[in-house]
Design a protein around this ligand. Sequence first.
Ligand code: DQA
Length: 142
Amino acid sequence: MKKIMVVNGPNLNLLGQKDPTLYGCFTLDDLNQKILDFADKNELEVKLFQSNYEGEIVEELHKARGNFDGIIINPAALTHNSYVLRSAIESIQVPCLEVHISNVHKGDDFRKQDVIGPACVGVITGLGWLGYLLALEYFLKL
Ligand code: DQA
C-alpha cells in the first residue's frame, strides 16, 4: 500500500470561513474527509497534516524522508516566498506535488510568484478540492 502525506499550510484551517468566493465553502474537515474516502476506496495510506508554522511544516517534511511514497502539499501563502520550505522539499527525496485550491495565476500579482513549484514534480492550481484527489490519483498511478 502506498503511503502519501497531505500537508496544508498556514490559514488553511480556516477553509470555509476564509474568502469563500475564492476558496469555496468547504472546511478543512470536509476536505480531509474527501481525501480519506478516496484513499479508502483506492487502498492508499494517507497522513493528514496542517500547520500555521513554517518550522513545523519543515520538521514534518524531514520526518517524511524514507517513510512516504509521495507528498501532496498546499503551502498556502508560503508558496510565494518560502525558500526555507523549498529547501526542505529539495532535501527529503520524496516526490512532492503542489496543490492550490484557487488559481494562483489570477488575482493578486504576488500570488503569481511560486518559489515552491521548481522543487515539485508538478503543480495543480484552480481545481478546488478536486485538485487534491487528482494529486492522489497521480501517486496511485505512478
Ligand atoms: C492557496 C493560494 C495562496 O495564494 C493563498 O495564500 C492560500 C491558499 C490556494 O490553495 O489557493 O492560502 O494556496
